[in-house]
Design a protein around this ligand. Structure first.
Ligand code: URA
Length: 243
């Protein structure tokens, strides 16, 4: 049985202890159809139904969200220096304990997964589980078969040799090329460093999928949504965890 105090549950959604006490006193926090008598009351999260001001309150153990990160936003939970992916969400999502699954550079756009489940996040980014990450990169110069073959072999960098990556050229021009690249690692600046080693500096980078979860094209830059039940089940299955 998953237990939690009523005021702690409400705190997840940005309701302070003082506000929770006031809601209880006013009879506006209702558990299983009856006004709660104590903000410290223990809830059974698996079976209790909670409403505040007539609105039902989510008692899910974990939350999972996808965000289409715009350029200029940091992949962090808080940062005094700039806006983070958490700041893209409405206020009620900010206290539930969401953290990013891996990081994108400040200027990289696209899919960032956020979850409250630390174990799931750990398995999704752990090199041991080798989850695919797919990007579309606009790079300088003409890219072709030769570069695809070198990526497939594994590019040697100064401090390590990359695992084989799959490169598909979408458009090749003398000045710029557009490529799709799939990597199974997530080292710092990895895709930029791989293209840099091939003398094709990255002009822009966008992540399209992580671990088989594709960025929802309907979101648009800065948009977000919760993962669907199928997407959640997929992530727990591939990481061999219980949902
Ligand atoms: N590789 C990079 O170089 N940057 C990112 O943001 C993600 C992968």
């Amino acid at each position: 049985m998953r237990k939690m105090r009523l005021d702690r549950l409400l705190a997840r959604f940005g309701i302070s202890r003082k506000e929770a006490a006031a809601l209880v006193k006013a009879g506006r926090a209702v558990v299983n159809g009856r006004p709660a008598s104590d903000p410290a009351m223990q809830l059974d999260l698996d079976s209790d139904a909670v409403t505040v001001n007539g609105q039902s309150v989510r008692t899910d153990e974990h939350f999972h969200i996808m965000v289409d990160k715009p350029a200029g936003i940091l992949t962090a939970t808080e940062d005094g220096r700039g806006q983070t992916v958490i700041d893209l969400l409405p206020r009620e999502w900010r206290g539930v304990g969401l953290g990013p699954v891996g990081r994108l550079d400040k200027d990289t756009t696209g899919l960032v997964l956020l979850t409250t489940d630390g174990q799931l996040a750990h398995r999704l980014i752990s090199p041991r589980w080798e989850q695919d990450k797919r990007y579309v990169a606009r790079v300088e110069g003409r890219v072709g078969e030769r570069e695809a073959a070198r990526m497939a072999e594994g590019i040697p960098l100064k401090d390590f040799t990359c695992k084989p990556a799959m490169l598909t050229v979408l458009e090749a021009g003398d000045d710029e090329s557009l490529c799709e690249v799939t990597v199974t690692e997530g080292k710092y600046h990895q895709v930029k460093r791989m293209f840099g080693a091939l003398a094709h500096p990255v002009l822009s980078l966008r992540r399209l999928s992580v671990a088989g979860i594709g960025l929802d094209p309907a979101l648009g830059s800065g948009g977000w949504r919760e993962l669907t039940a199928e997407e959640r089940a997929h992530l727990y299955t591939i990481t061999e965890l219980e949902e």
